[in-house]
Design a protein around this ligand. Structure first.
Ligand SMILES: Cc1cc2nc3c(=O)[nH]c(=O)nc-3n(C[C@H](O)[C@H](O)[C@H](O)COP(=O)(O)OP(=O)(O)OC[C@H]3O[C@@H](n4cnc5c(N)ncnc54)[C@H](O)[C@@H]3O)c2cc1C
Ligand SMILES: *[C@@H]1O[C@H](CO)[C@@H](O)[C@H](O)[C@H]1NC(C)=O
Length: 375
């Protein structure tokens, strides 16, 4: 059988599903994406990818699996930027500061030094008054509202197909009786309905965990992230500040002049709307850490009312105890058993580990299709 006759179904059109689907196409498979939510849709609490900043700051321990994925992804982004200056990713200076000296991975200078080639620690004279320590390096800022459509277009332009559907289970994709409804995506493309006879399925459903009910992975949970989008076109750097009270202020610039100001990390909190007290906390910490978020004429008074807030956002990071799941299993329906490759549970690091994860998922796919228990 030719590879292009091997139909691979990718479930999920977040940054993980899209990157994985692109890698699978590049490996020569015929690829179809199935998802409830796509890039360009109205923002949804069920779609973590639309809420991210997103920058690339590796806080996974040196040597950890996630660290490898992040390193591979960093290299891929750098390559993309070289090949195509229009890719919506920017190289930006990053500075991070801590208010006190508790050791942690967030300011693990040995780790960061290994990861980011131009890493340096800041001198006392370079620190804001409220910080005791700081570090600087260049990193990547991924312009999410442009980057997701970029991935989608790249997938479609390379011959990928996509259908919108809400699946009660993954096995619903394996049977032509009792079919869920499918809508062609994008809606104006002419294409016949899918034949449900995949060679393999890749599961990139993020927090779908709790809705896609063949087998529930009880290790999956949300880490709620509340952030603000601020209009501040003069901000060109990416920055973070860890406060003694545990709050982390961070800001990530976008190409449009909008800046993401974060934020919270709230495990197991599903609340889908912003909370006024949290918004206030993010603003108060934010303007003290980064007075430059305010218009130059307003920086003396540090008044939160002077922030130009465009949007209050809440996203749920698909987190997993034990970390990301990149693994092969099989899915049995009636007489048929097909391989399923899992690629989910990236928590707060889905962008910065996306290409590394995608490559691993496709390697797993190739390995299982070679040993072939399939057809
Ligand atoms: C506030 C915030 C800031 C962040 N900042 C960063 C950052 O700076 N850097 C970084 O690397 N990461 C960041 N992240 C994390 C990143 O956004 C996530 O790790 C990433 O988006 C996860 O992508 P995903 O594709 O796994 O999931 P999602 O984007 O949630 O996509 C899931 C897909 O599966 C589909 N799906 C699920 N269930 C079903 C079903 N039953 N039927 C059909 N389709 C289904 C959905 O429709 C969707 O298409 C941030 C996240 C948040 C919330
Ligand atoms: C697919 O992924 C979800 C996580 O989003 C997980 O809970 C579920 O168990 C996986 N599906 C199967 C059939 O294993």
């Amino acid at each position: 059988m030719q590879k292009e006759d091997l139909d691979v179904f990718v479930v999920g059109a977040g940054v993980i599903g899209l990157s994985t689907a692109i890698r699978a196409l590049e490996a020569g498979f015929s690829v179809t994406i199935f998802a409830e939510i796509f890039p360009g849709d109205e923002k949804s609490i069920k779609y973590a990818s639309c809420w991210a900043g997103a920058d690339h700051i590796s806080v996974a321990a040196t040597g950890a699996f996630m660290h490898e994925l992040e390193q591979e992804t960093f290299a891929v982004f750098k390559g993309l930027l070289k090949e195509d200056p229009d890719v919506p990713v920017m190289v930006r200076p990053h500075q991070r500061y801590v208010q006190d000296d508790q050791p942690d991975n967030w300011m693990n200078t040995d780790h960061l030094r290994n990861f980011y080639p131009d890493f340096s620690t800041l001198d006392a004279s370079e620190l804001p008054q409220i910080a005791v320590r700081g570090a600087a390096f260049s990193t990547l800022c991924i312009d999410v509202p442009r980057y997701l459509p970029y991935l989608m277009n790249r997938f479609l332009a390379s011959g990928g197909r996509a259908f919108r559907t809400t699946l009660p289970s993954l096995s619903a994709l394996l049977s032509n009786t009792d079919r869920p409804t499918f809508e062609v995506f994008p809606p104006n493309s002419s294409r016949s309905p899918p034949t449900l006879r995949p060679t393999a399925v890749i599961n990139c459903t993020g927090l779908g965990a709790l809705s896609i009910g063949d087998v529930l992975d009880t290790r999956v949970y949300p880490t709620r992230g509340e952030v603000l989008i601020i209009r501040a076109p003069w901000v060109q750097r990416d920055s973070g500040f860890r406060w003694t009270d545990g709050h982390i202020s961070y800001m990530i610039p976008r190409q449009t002049g909008d800046v993401i100001l974060g934020g919270t990390y709230q495990p197991d909190d599903w609340h889908p709307k912003s909370r006024p007290e949290t918004v206030k906390l993010i603003k108060e910490h934010g303007i003290q850490a980064f007075p430059e978020l305010l218009h130059p004429s307003k920086r003396e008074t540090l008044n939160i009312e002077d922030l130009d807030v465009i949007e209050e956002c809440v996203g749920l990071r698909p987190t997993r105890k034990g970390g990301v799941r990149l693994e092969i299993e099989s899915l049995a329906v009636g007489e048929r058993t097909i391989p399923i490759v899992h690629n989910y549970g990236h928590g707060g690091a889905g962008y910065q580990s996306s290409w590394g994860s995608a490559t691993r998922a496709v390697q797993l796919l190739k390995s299982v299709l070679k040993t072939d228990s399939v057809y």
